[in-house]
Design a protein around this ligand. Structure first.
Ligand SMILES: Nc1ncnc2c1ncn2[C@@H]1O[C@H](COP(=O)(O)OP(=O)(O)OP(=O)(O)O)[C@@H](O)[C@H]1O
Ligand SMILES: N[C@@H](CCO)C(=O)O
Length: 339
């Protein structure tokens, strides 16, 4: 049966693994986090089980990793540590990389990180777009200097695997579109120009719900307090991160890229890290490929989760048609990329 976004209504549960209070108290004592005051489950998130934990000393996030193995966690934590000591705000708790609280619960790794101040922005305005563009560019800039390495998460084999697994959920008359878009995706990875794009460790998931902003009391504006959810980060073309950000931060409700928002984000990104000509030429196809990539993972997520329980899933519909939008013309790209 083909999926339908409307059937996502009433699908609300974001925690898969709960941790008893006495276990949390033990961790808190061991890592000197302070006496526990409050514990609540987060309302969003589809990958891991996240809790807001308040102690007398701090506001924390407890993440029980559902799909990240013990061997993978050190990269993510070290990368967050690397970013935060280099001025890109990531929610790492200790300034000593050896003292980051990592524990184990029912055979799953658990990390305790800082809860960022403020909240995420569903409808970003000028300052949000400008600060996000700047933060992403700073992240890319500094990531060039790290020796940390994590293999690309969304590789050719990932695409092939998902496409073959999910093809049956696409209505029969639409399968040619699915095949066409997946071929663009594969072509993108295999094309010669792809190899020459700038790469390094990328965030991989810089959606609006992964950046927090705090209100400045003395001013009528907000300031970026940090980026989180680095658990898709890995080696990637930096243009891919830019396209993910544009698709999610700058798209209007009708699915079209908003020129005003795109110019803001791109301008602030490029003041720190200007795109090279070969990157500008590939931006159009990268936007298309990334919209398909998230559509694919959301459709897959919907099916996987529907089988297991009623849990929170993201709506795939907003990425469905993005690849064929009229605003994605060459002139539009040169306009928004102009510094
Ligand atoms: N460091 C943090 N500071 C503030 N809030 C956070 C932090 N980390 C997680 N959260 C909260 O927890 C929620 C879920 O976190 P996150 O997005 O990391 O989960 P996930 O399961 O990995 O989700 P996704 O499906 O987006 O990959 C966020 O929407 C946010 O409200
Ligand atoms: N940020 C992703 C989920 C994690 O890949 C989405 O909204 O589809």
């Amino acid at each position: 049966m083909p999926w339908k976004a409307s059937s996502l209504v009433n699908v609300y549960m974001t925690v898969f693994t709960r941790v008893p209070i006495d276990v949390l108290t033990g961790w808190s004592n061991k890592h000197m986090l302070g006496a526990l005051e409050n514990l609540t489950e987060t309302k969003h998130g589809t990958e891991n089980s996240n809790f807001f934990l308040t102690t007398v000393l701090r506001n924390l996030i407890v993440t029980v990793f559902e799909n990240v193995g013990n061997h993978e966690l050190p990269f993510y934590l070290c990368y967050m540590y690397f970013l935060s000591v280099n001025g890109v705000p990531a929610p790492i708790l200790n300034s000593n990389v050896e003292a980051i609280p990592v524990v184990q619960w029912v055979d799953k790794p658990v990390a305790i990180t800082l809860k960022l101040i403020g909240s995420t922005q569903e409808v970003p305005g000028n300052p949000h777009l400008l600060e996000t563009g700047r933060a992403l560019a700073a992240l890319h800039h500094i990531s060039k200097k790290t020796t940390l390495f994590n293999a690309r998460v969304y590789s050719i084999s990932w695409v092939k695997d998902k496409v073959s697994n999910y093809a049956y959920v696409v209505p029969f008359g639409k399968r040619y579109v699915f095949e066409y878009r997946s071929s663009i995706q594969l072509f993108f990875f295999l094309a010669g120009g792809y190899k020459r794009l700038d790469d390094g460790v990328c965030h991989g998931d810089l959606f609006k719900d992964n950046v927090a902003f705090e209100q400045l009391f003395h001013m009528h504006r907000q300031r970026l307090s940090g980026c989180f959810d680095f658990y898709f980060s890995g080696q990637e073309k930096m243009l891919v991160d830019v396209a993910i950000a544009l698709n999610t931060w700058c798209t209007s409700s009708n699915g079209l890229l908003n020129a005003y928002a795109t110019v803001k984000l791109m301008h602030s990104y490029q003041t720190i890290k200007p795109l090279k000509n070969r990157e500008k030429k590939k931006l159009l196809v990268t936007l298309e490929v990334m919209s398909f990539r998230f559509w694919l993972s959301r459709v897959g997520g919907f099916y996987k989760k529907r089988i297991t329980a009623t849990i929170y899933t993201y709506d795939p519909d907003c990425f469905k048609h993005m690849g064929s939008l009229y605003s994605r013309k060459e002139w539009f790209i040169s306009y928004v990329c102009a510094l």
